[in-house]
Design a protein around this ligand. Structure first.
Ligand SMILES: Cc1cc2nc3c(=O)[nH]c(=O)nc-3n(C[C@H](O)[C@H](O)[C@H](O)COP(=O)(O)OP(=O)(O)OC[C@H]3O[C@@H](n4cnc5c(N)ncnc54)[C@H](O)[C@@H]3O)c2cc1C
Length: 380
């Protein structure tokens, strides 16, 4: 394709939302260009990349995902601040840790094979409304439709006067390549209000080693000091696996929007999807599932509009995005009433298990150990 050819649709961002959207557009025969500022979709990631089982079942573009790119994790071991823990699982339900750089490259290849043009090293700078679309300037040129899939601090949203995320968690993760957990079948999750206010810390056996990370509220004094919090988490999690003083191979860090959908989500001939739209669960902070699902659906809606089969997606389509009403309430509760003593006392209680089951498994979880057997690890 020549550098100056105009696309019917430009998608900004070659991550989960953008690649899913572009794939759906290309499959529908739309000339679509993906503009990605990085030189490779798999570089400089800011995600752990854990998928829940539902995603693999429900998102058709993940069919055929090479097994080498994933590692199955069957259950959750949830640690209270005092390191007592319960194990949670749900029948037939599991998580997949992923080789996320390779997964994104695999998705990008699928989009390109379907006919999308992927332009890496291409920064979206701004958009000028013109008759029938937008002028994005050089090198992207004109387009009939613009999709902002450019993450939590969306420049597309800003340029078009669309809604922007205002509430965030700050996340950081260390990767220890080649490391092995003693109990790799668990996603180890740590609750501690001092270290991780508003969220949790985690440790998981990934495809190439162990990933240890945390997210915390991005508000209040010292709230953004994720590095000190990470040192605290490494010390806290040492009885599970001790990575203190171990050289870190890679660090992933970024913002997680947790305030729900932005407003407005769309305007004539433009819409937002994925983190740019605030499509992240305010409770679990997981956004890959929604980025993929709604990215695909957005691609279909834009293709229908460009093909004259439906009205501009701003009218109907963006109303299909989840509103996270209950999850926003839960986030409010966690933000304002999180107390370590409650988890220390009641981690294995029935209401806590019910809540944890809903959050981790979207259903009632089976507790693998009875409360009487709840373990207590001693801090090292
Ligand atoms: C530490 C951490 C861990 C997480 N772990 C998980 C997890 O395990 N499971 C889960 O479901 N969710 C997780 N999330 C959330 C998840 O990563 C996001 O919800 C998901 O990546 C959203 O995908 P997206 O395509 O909308 O945006 P992003 O993944 O943010 O991608 C945006 C893309 O747009 C590109 N871009 C940005 N601006 C421009 C521009 N101006 N021009 C061109 N390109 C641009 C970026 O380079 C990037 O490639 C985590 C988040 C963090 C921060």
């Amino acid at each position: 394709m020549s550098a100056n050819r105009n696309a019917d649709c430009v998608v900004v961002g070659a991550s989960f939302a953008g690649l899913a959207c572009a794939l759906a557009l290309a499959r529908a025969g739309v000339r679509v260009t993906i503009a990605e500022k990085k030189t490779d979709p798999g570089e400089k990631l800011h995600t752990t990349g854990i998928l829940v089982r539902d995603v693999v079942d429900a998102v058709p573009i993940l069919q055929g995902l090479p097994l080498a790119l994933v590692k199955r994790v069957d259950a959750v071991r949830l640690y209270a601040p005092n390191l007592s823990s319960v194990d949670l699982a749900a029948p037939g339900y599991y998580f997949l840790a992923t080789d996320t750089p390779a997964l994104l490259r695999w998705l990008a290849d699928r989009a390109v094979q379907a006919g999308a043009e992927l332009r890496c090293g291409t920064l979206f700078r701004g958009a000028q409304p013109i008759a029938g679309g937008f002028d994005l300037g050089k090198p992207l040129g004109r387009t009939s439709f613009l999709v902002g899939a450019d993450g939590p601090a969306s420049r597309v949203a800003k340029a078009l006067g669309l809604g922007q995320n205002r509430q965030f968690l700050a996340g950081i993760e260390h990767e220890y390549w080649g490391a092995q957990l003693a109990q790799p079948e668990y996603l180890h999750c740590f609750i501690d209000r001092r270290l991780m206010p508003g969220y949790i810390g985690w440790m998981v056996q990934g495809v190439h080693g162990v990933q240890v990370g945390l997210a915390r509220r991005l508000r209040g004094p010292g709230a953004a000091d994720v590095k000190s919090a990470m040192a605290g988490l490494l010390a806290k999690a040492a009885p599970v696996a001790d990575f203190r003083g171990v050289a870190v191979n890679s660090i992933r860090a970024g913002l997680i929007p947790c305030g729900g959908l932005v407003r407005p989500l769309a305007r004539r001939r433009a819409l937002l999807v994925g983190d740019a739209a605030g499509l992240v669960s305010p409770v679990t902070a997981g956004g890959i599932h929604t980025a993929l699902t709604h990215g695909l659906a957005a691609g279909g809606a834009v293709a229908d509009f460009l093909g004259g089969r439906s009205a501009d997606p701003q009218r109907e389509f963006v109303r299909t995005y989840p509103r996270f009403r209950i999850k926003r309430l839960l986030r409010f509760g966690f933000d304002h009433f999180q107390a370590d003593w409650v988890f220390n006392l009641a981690l294995a209680s029935a209401p806590m298990r019910w809540a944890a089951g809903r959050i981790y498994f979207h259903q009632r979880a089976v507790v693998l150990e009875s409360p009487a057997e709840t373990r207590r690890l001693e801090p090292r």
